[in-house]
Design a protein around this ligand. Structure first.
Ligand code: CU
Length: 463
C-alpha cells in the first residue's frame, strides 16, 4: 500500500467535552496516513485479534490503525483534497487523509476505538458516527453534544463498538457545505465471530453528488437538489472500479447514500438479498429477494448474492440522469424534429454549428465534442461491442471462473461462450412481420358506440 506518512505535531492545550484528556496522551497521537491515488488499495487484513474478511473500498482504501493497550487508535485529518472523478476531470474538494471520501475505518464488534480528528479545514467541523451506538457526548453533533473542532485543533472520540454492521462517518457541522464538498467515509464493524455473516468479497462505496460547472474545479456548495455529478466514492463512470468476483464467491455490496436524493441501485444477472442496513443485520427469515434496492438519503443497505453466473453484469442507479455526467440537463428533446432547415440558417452565423439529438442522443456516446477543460463527456465509456453511453453511477460486476481469492484486478471483458451473444440475423423483409389488425367490430362484444347525448335511444342499453 502506497501510504505516505505524515507526522502530526500535537500543540497547545485542547479543550472541550471530547478532547484529549491529558498532555501525555496528546503527545502520542498516532500518525495520520494519507492517500492520494484514486486506485483501489488491497484490503487490510487484521494483524492479531479476531479474524475477518476485510472490505474493499472502490477507488479507495482502509485507514491503518495502531493498537495501544486495549484501544484501537485511528487518526483522521479533515483537509482540502484534490480528487480525480475520472481521467480528465479533477475536483477541489474537502475530505480526510488526502481523499474524498475519507478512508474506510474497519474494526471488530466489541473493540474499543479511539479516533483522533485533526481539523485542517478553514472552518470548524465535527465527526458524526452514523449508526453507531455510543455515549451521547461522542455523537459528534456540533453545538449539541460537543464544541466544534476549530481549525488547527485535534479532538478525540472514544467508544466501544457494541454491534457489528454497516456504518459511515461525516461532519455534523456546516453540513450542507461540508458534505457538498465531499466529507464522508465508510465505517465497517465486523462480527466478533469470524463465521458470522462471512463472505468471500465485501465491496463498499458511498454515494455523493456534486455541482461542478463544466470547466471549473470547485463544487457549488449552496446547491440543494440540482447536482450534476452523481458519484460512487467520488468517482464517475468510466472511473469507477469494477466489482470483480470469482465464480462461486459469496459477495456482499455495502452502499451508503449521502446525496440529497434516493438512488434505486439495480444489478443485472442476479437476484440478491438485502442482508444489512445501518440499523443492523436483517434476520435470514426476514430477507427478501430484489434486483433493485432503493437507498434513501442518509441510509445504508448491504446486499449479498452467490456469484454463480460468469459475465459482465451492469450495476447502476436506475434514475437515468444519474448515469450521466454534467452538461446534459439543459438539453432539449429533439427526437423526431427535422432540424436540417434550422441548421442551414444557423450556419450562416455559426459555421461550426452541429444539430444533435434528432435520432436520440446515442451519437453523443461516440462523438468527440469540443469541451471546456476539466470536463467529462455526458455519456462515455467503451465496452468490447461499442460505446456504453453512460456516466455517473455505473459500474460492472465481473464474475469469472478461476480467479484467486483476493484477486481484484480487472480481468478484462467477458469472453462469452459461442452462441450466447445477441446478434444480427439475416432478413429478407425489411418490415418486421406484425400481427394482423383485429377485425372491425359489428356492434358486438366490447366495441364502444358513441351516442350523442339526447339522441334517440341514448338511454337504452347497448346490446
Ligand atoms: Cu441515482
Amino acid at each position: 500500500m502506497s501510504v505516505s506518512r505524515r507526522n502530526f505535531m500535537a500543540a497547545g492545550a485542547l479543550i472541550g467535552a471530547a478532547v484529549i484528556g491529558n498532555r501525555a496522551r496528546a503527545a502520542s497521537i498516532p500518525e495520520a496516513p494519507t492517500m492520494e491515488s484514486p486506485a483501489m488499495q488491497p484490503p487490510l487484513f487484521p494483524k492479531g485479534g479476531p479474524d475477518y474478511q476485510p472490505v474493499v473500498t472502490l477507488n479507495g482504501w482502509t485507514l491503518p490503525w495502531r493498537q495501544n493497550g486495549e484501544w484501537k487508535e485511528f487518526h483522521l485529518v479533515a483537509e482540502p483534497v484534490v480528487r480525480e472523478l475520472a481521467p480528465g476531470m479533477k475536483a477541489h474538494l474537502w475530505g480526510y487523509n488526502g481523499q474524498s471520501p475519507g478512508p474506510t475505518i474497519e474494526c471488530v464488534e466489541g473493540d474499543k476505538v479511539r479516533i483522533f480528528v485533526t481539523n485542517k479545514l478553514p472552518e470548524h467541523t465535527t465527526v458524526h458516527w452514523h449508526g453507531i451506538l455510543l455515549p451521547s457526548g461522542m455523537d459528534g453533533v456540533g453545538g449539541l453534544t460537543q464544541p466544534h473542532i476549530k481549525p488547527g485543533k485535534t479532538f478525540v472520540y472514544e467508544f466501544q463498538m457494541k454491534k457489528s454492521g454497516t456504518f459511515m462517518y461525516h461532519p455534523h457541522a456546516d453540513e450542507m457545505v461540508q458534505m457538498a464538498m465531499g466529507m464522508m467515509g465508510f465505517l465497517v464493524v465486523h462480527p466478533r465471530d469470524p463465521a458470522l455473516h462471512r463472505v468471500d468479497r465485501d465491496f463498499v462505496f458511498l454515494m455523493s453528488s456534486y455541482d461542478v460547472d463544466p470547466g471549473s474545479y470547485v463544487p457549488k456548495v449552496n446547491t440543494m437538489t440540482e447536482f450534476n455529478l452523481w458519484t460512487w466514492n467520488t468517482r464517475v463512470f468510466p472511473g469507477i472500479d469494477h466489482l470483480v468476483a470469482a465464480k462461486g464467491d459469496r459477495v456482499r455490496v455495502r452502499i451508503g447514500n449521502l446525496t440529497m436524493t434516493n438512488h434505486p441501485i439495480h444489478m443485472h444477472g442476479y437476484d440478491f438479498a438485502v442482508t444489512c442496513t445501518d440499523g443492523g443485520w436483517v434476520p435470514a427469515a426476514a430477507r427478501w429477494p430484489e434486483v433493485t434496492i432503493d437507498i434513501p438519503v442518509g441510509a445504508m443497505r448491504a446486499f449479498e448474492f452467490k456469484a454463480d453466473e460468469p459475465g459482465d453484469w451492469a450495476i447502476h442507479c436506475h434514475k437515468s440522469h444519474h448515469t450521466m455526467n454534467a452538461m446534459g440537463h439543459d438539453v432539449k428533446n429533439f427526437i423526431g424534429v427535422q432540424k436540417r432547415d434550422l441548421v442551414k440558417s444557423i450556419r450562416r452565423m455559426v459555421p461550426d454549428y452541429m444539430a444533435m439529438g434528432s435520432r436520440g442522443m446515442a451519437e453523443m456516446g461516440e462523438m468527440e465534442m469540443p469541451m471546456p477543460d476539466n470536463t467529462l463527456p455526458m455519456m462515455t465509456g467503451f465496452g468490447q461491442f461499442g460505446p456504453i453511453e453512460m456516466g455517473g453511477m455505473f459500474s460492472v460486476v465481473k464474475v469469472r471462473e478461476g480467479l484467486a481469492a483476493g484477486d481484484y484486478k480487472d480481468p478484462g471483458w467477458f469472453k462469452h461462450p459461442a452462441g450466447t451473444v445477441a446478434h444480427e440475423v439475416a432478413t429478407v423483409d425489411v418490415e418486421p412481420k406484425r400481427a394482423a389488425p383485429a377485425p372491425k367490430s359489428k356492434g358486438r362484444g366490447v366495441a364502444l358506440k358513441v351516442v350523442k347525448p339526447g339522441a334517440k335511444g341514448s338511454h337504452k342499453d347497448h346490446h
